[in-house]
Design a binder for this molecule. Structure first.
Ligand SMILES: [Zn+2]
Length: 104
């Protein structure tokens, strides 16, 4: 299965390149810290389900740099990331791409 292949990735915490499988999101040195932050974000979303939490509010309230919060969107274990304009843009681009493919 391709998903077990290692690929070159950027660690969102320290910026170092490392080899990891599809669900390895941080380098070995930052893995523990990454898990801790992921728990914090998960708890935050759990505690404020009705609130319009955005990437920016998570970043601000949990004191995590926005670039790192965004990295969590790519984590396959993390499906419950909130919407914001940035994500709406990406969805728009994705839909456009699908429509392009359908036409060709
Ligand atoms: Zn790292």
């Amino acid at each position: 299965m391709a998903r077990f292949d290692s690929q070159l990735k950027d660690c969102p915490l320290c910026g170092q390149a490392f080899f990891g499988t599809f669900d390895t999101m941080a380098c070995r040195r930052c893995e523990g810290e990454y898990r801790r932050l992921r728990e914090n974000i998960r708890n935050y979303l759990w505690n404020y389900p009705g609130q319009q939490a955005t990437l920016t509010s998570i970043s601000h309230d949990l004191n995590i740099p926005l670039g790192i919060v965004k990295a969590f969107q790519k984590d396959p274990r993390f499906q419950a990331m909130p919407d914001d304009d940035d994500m709406a843009d990406k969805r728009g681009a994705f839909v456009r791409e699908l429509e392009e493919r359908r036409r060709s």
